[in-house]
Design a protein around this ligand. Structure first.
Ligand code: ADP
Ligand code: ADP
Length: 217
């Protein structure tokens, strides 16, 4: 099994890259943000609870987040491992994840860190549009769809996420530096962190990520 943790601020390109790497690495993308949004669409209690945090740009409590990841990893498509996108986001989540993997006789293999400066993060978030049905991510300037407002892959309408308002975006970047950035040292100390320049084209970032995973053991 192989567990790859993609790190990077909000807007760094984790979701974009995870979707592309799924096929190349033959690992499913496990995105906590997508899981919360799926729950919200299905109107579950968990979705409603998560939304109260997501709407403010704050993190959903650790216990709730860890439980959702545990359930997701128990599904059949994770038999070979997974590509984690947006999890862990706190030291407590990283510790719980390590314990969960240890119970399975597994570990984190590599933590590619997609490095992007805060100014660029904001520009990326401001132009982000997402497909309503498949979740594919576009950017009005950097990665536009062929037809405005329509997903290239399945023709569904694109939308701007409710939490992609200017105020929430700034808060998410703040929360990232306060609560998630300490994980960089956590994984660096374990010898797992590999920094990748996130301010290159989507294709070049992908190439560097594939290399980072190949070089890991
Ligand atoms: P982005 O792509 O902008 O980084 P995500 O889709 O990963 O955003 O996450 C959206 C929101 O979902 C976060 O702002 C947070 O409220 C919640 N969330 C996602 N992952 C986690 C996590 N691991 N821990 C706590 N909250 C999370
Ligand atoms: P994250 O999941 O880390 O929050 P996303 O994958 O949602 O980030 O990407 C944020 C925005 O930036 C999207 O609009 C996406 O199209 C765009 N984007 C992603 N990677 C790049 C890149 N290498 N260059 C320019 N824009 C990018």
């Amino acid at each position: 099994m192989r567990f790859v943790v993609l790190m990077g601020g909000p807007g760094a390109g984790k979701g974009t890259q995870a979707k592309r790497l799924q096929e190349t690495l033959n690992l499913p993308q496990v995105s906590t943000g997508d899981l919360f949004r799926e729950n919200l669409r299905n109107n579950t209690e968990l979705g409603k609870l998560a939304a109260t945090y997501i709407d403010k740009g704050d993190l959903v409590p650790d216990e709730v987040t860890i439980a959702i990841v545990k359930e997701r990893l128990s599904r059949e498509d994770c038999a070979n491992g997974a590509l984690l996108d947006g999890f862990p986001r706190t030291i407590a989540q990283a510790d719980a994840f390590e314990q969960l993997l240890a119970e399975m006789g597994e570990r984190v293999h590599v933590v590619p860190y997609i490095h992007v400066t805060p100014e660029v993060l904001l520009k990326r978030l401001a132009g982000r549009w997402t497909c309503k049905s498949c979740g594919h991510v576009y950017h009005t300037v950097f990665n536009p769809p062929l037809k405005e407002g329509i997903c290239d892959l399945d023709g569904s309408p694109l939308y701007q996420r409710d939490d992609d308002t200017e105020e929430t975006q700034k808060r998410r970047i703040e929360v990232y530096f306060e609560q998630t950035a300490p994980l960089l040292a956590y994984y660096r100390d374990k010898g797992l962190l590999v920094e990748v320049n996130g301010e290159q084209s989507i294709e070049l970032v992908q190439k560097d990520l594939v290399q980072a995973v190949k070089d890991s053991n």
